[in-house]
Design a binder for this molecule. Structure first.
Ligand code: URA
Length: 446
């Protein structure tokens, strides 16, 4: 294969064949093509796109670049969920025990946070003792016994994505629907579940800035799932403000546990109920959305979801006394309340901006090798649509850094105000699924 010819082909908007894609991915994984040629091809894909057949072939080539998990020893329907990433997104921590307590089997691999987005694995590791590496036997046994296990991405799965993602990250080639869809779906397919629920976020704190782009990404991933004979459904959710109030690892664990205790923020609870209902339908545990939502509310009210979370923490070596007494978690050295200089209704929140500030406070990493501070982050006091008087606390920052005056002024700039009341958008805006009989996408507006 001549890599220059492939680059020229994509530059001229021609489709790549299955053989060309297979060879490109295989050669790159074996270090037979230099990064500069691959980044040139990636940029041509960003600019000229790929058709459905190319996206399917790219996903397939990436999927087969490493091991594929065999979850056949897990009894029951295995459901995975994946979020395209956002600010304050602690959904897996609450949603997985909710659905697992109702019989869904959740065998999940999660990632670490990078840049403005957080990662489930960092959040879990903020619980003292918690292990995110298990042997395949432990992983399968825990799912069979408790209903859930969450571990870090294995280096042996989708080898191509590790190399490609690292290259995309430094060559401005992340924001491409074919590349994002093949990256996410190859990992989800390699992780071996029967059903996959995708949370495709859009807004000023997400990779996709518009709802239309999020729907296109969702349809692309649902179509890939269909070709692989998996039940893949996607939610289109708003990331025009952080999810819940907490951003940062320990702060988010506390919010997730409080949600399992029945005291969750409304937008976060709404998302967990909607995602949970889709997963219960996918696992055929519920027949209707309404019935599923009732079951999910009940598992929180009767303490079963929290009990499942406790069992999960214990099974992965975590000290459950921190879950029972959230005040045991260490607190950041510096805690500053940030007060509003303006009054009015909050009309806009720069979500990515708050994610970046939280990262700079120590909650996230700029580079993969950076260490994170589990105590650092932000807790909002006000959200979109809330009425604020001058002097009201907008947010509280938690950090080990003594000099944060610049970050405090930046955090104030993240809010816009209006004199008129503001309508708060719903968190879940639409559901995308595929009807095998009509071969059409169904987009249900929530
Ligand atoms: N998340 C992924 O796993 N891959 C992408 O390309 C973007 C977000």
């Amino acid at each position: 294969m001549n890599m220059v010819e492939l680059i020229e082909k994509k530059k001229n908007k021609q489709a790549l064949t299955k053989e060309e894609i297979d060879q490109w991915i295989d050669d790159y994984c074996h270090d037979l093509i230099p990064d500069y040629q691959v980044s040139s091809l990636l940029m041509a894909i960003v600019l000229n796109g790929m058709n459905d057949e190319e996206i399917f072939n790219l996903t397939d080539a990436m999927l087969h670049s490493g091991k594929i998990l065999d979850l056949s020893k897990i009894i029951g329907v295995k459901c995975d969920k994946h979020s395209t990433g956002g600010v304050g997104d602690k959904t897996s921590l609450a949603l997985c025990p909710m659905v697992a307590s109702l019989g869904v089997k959740v065998a999940k691999m999660s990632g670490r946070g990078l840049g403005f987005t957080g990662g489930t694995i960092d959040k879990l590791e903020s619980i003292p003792g918690m292990r995110v590496v298990l042997t395949p036997e432990q992983f399968i046994n825990n799912v069979n016994e408790i209903g859930m296990a969450i571990i870090g991405q294995s280096d042996e799965l989708v080898v191509a994505d590790k190399k490609l993602y690292a290259l995309r990250d430094v060559t401005g080639t992340v924001d491409s629907i074919p590349l994002i869809a093949s990256s996410i779906m190859s990992k989800k397919l390699a992780a071996g579940s029967d059903c996959i629920l995708l949370d495709v976020k859009y807004g000023n704190g997400a990779f996709m800035h518009t709802k239309e782009a999020a729907i296109r990404l969702a349809e692309t991933m649902v179509r890939i799932g269909e070709r692989f004979d998996k039940d893949v459904r996607a939610e289109i959710t708003s990331m025009n403000q952080p999810l819940g109030y907490a951003i940062g690892n320990i702060l988010e664990v506390k919010e997730a546990v409080n949600t399992l205790r029945g005291n969750g923020p409304k937008d976060f609870v709404d998302l967990c109920l909607s995602s949970g209902a889709t997963m219960l339908l996918q696992a055929r545990i519920s027949k209707t959305r309404e019935e599923a939502i009732e079951k999910l509310k009940e598992t929180i009210a009767n303490g079963k979801a929290l009990a499942t979370f406790r069992q999960f923490v214990i099974a992965q070596g975590g000290d459950v006394s921190y879950i029972d007494d959230l005040d045991k978690f260490p607190q950041a050295m510096y805690i500053h309340e940030v007060k509003s200089l303006k009054s009015g209704y909050i009309s806009h929140i720069d979500t990515m901006g708050l994610g970046m500030i939280s990262m700079q406070l120590g909650a996230g990493r700029e580079k993969k090798s950076d260490l994170i501070d589990p105590t650092a982050g932000i807790v909002l006091s006000k959200k979109l649509g809330d009425k604020v008087a001058k002097g009201d606390v907008l947010l509280t920052i938690y950090t080990e850094h003594p000099n944060t005056s610049e970050l405090i002024s930046e955090s104030l700039n993240a809010f816009d105000f209006s004199n008129d009341e503001v309508t708060v958008p719903k968190v879940v805006e639409a559901l995308v699924s595929y009807d095998r009989n009509t071969k059409e996408f169904i987009i249900t507006e929530e």
